[in-house]
Design a protein around this ligand. Structure first.
Ligand code: ATP
Ligand code: MG
Length: 200
């Protein structure tokens, strides 16, 4: 069995996340893609992250109609900062050595990979799948390659439709009273307004 993993803050989940997950699932013939909302993302300690229960609820609403999508509480249930290597290692133990694990990241996440906890071990536990992201100019991967020689063999690029949506933009739009229709699934849009998330 081959399983895709998509870690993120999902604050909130948006169509960009859903599109990359579906595209990678189909192109690589994966059995499913597991969305893994971060607990306390260690790279984002400089801003307030929406409570995990809200981010989880929005992911659940977003993936409900796709039988090949699942959500994992692994990081939300763990206290302290979320490190991908710990999560993937736990999933590897859970699924066993036979299962192929494909960790999906955008290029903005890939350039920072060498700053993650134990990136070489992470790359040994799963195959890294990099998808395109429009805002990202040609990413400078030289620091990554210098820090992790041989990492290229663990990275595979998958072309996806380029979607210029970010959670940051969604939050800014809600704050500014601008429309987020068609940028997030309707259920997520409704949830944001009902719970008054990202309001000024
Ligand atoms: P924020 O603006 O708060 O950083 P985000 O839109 O980047 O949010 P994350 O939850 O940080 O969303 O992203 C999770 C993963 O999905 C990351 O690997 C990121 O690169 C990738 N990703 C998010 N949006 C897109 C997109 N529109 N196209 C391609 N990859 C994306
Ligand atoms: Mg991001």
């Amino acid at each position: 069995m081959e399983i895709g993993l998509l870690g993120g803050t999902f604050d909130p989940v948006h169509l960009g996340h859903l599109i990359i997950a579906e595209e990678v699932r189909c192109k690589l013939g994966l059995s499913k893609v597991v969305f893994i909302p971060a607990g306390q993302p260690w790279l984002k300690v400089d801003r307030v992250i929406t409570r995990g229960e809200h981010r989880l609820a929005m992911v659940r609403l977003a993936i409900a109609s796709n039988p090949f999508f699942e959500v994992s509480l692994a990081e939300l249930e763990r206290s302290g900062p979320s490190y991908s290597v710990d999560t993937v290692s736990a999933l590897r133990d859970e699924y066993g050595p036979e299962v192929g694990l494909y960790f999906i990241v955008g290029p903005d996440a890939l350039v920072e990979l060498h700053r993650w906890k134990e990136p070489a071990r992470l790359a040994g536990l799963c195959q890294l799948i990099v998808v395109g992201r429009p805002s990202s100019r040609e990413e400078d991967l030289s620091a990554l390659h210098a820090a992790l020689p041989g990492i290229s063999s663990r990275i595979r690029c998958v072309d996806v439709p380029q979607i210029g949506i970010s959670s940051t933009e969604i939050r800014q739009r809600v704050r500014a009273g601008a429309s987020i229709r068609y940028l997030v699934p309707p259920g997520v849009e409704r949830y944001i307004y009902e719970q008054e998330l990202y309001f000024p």
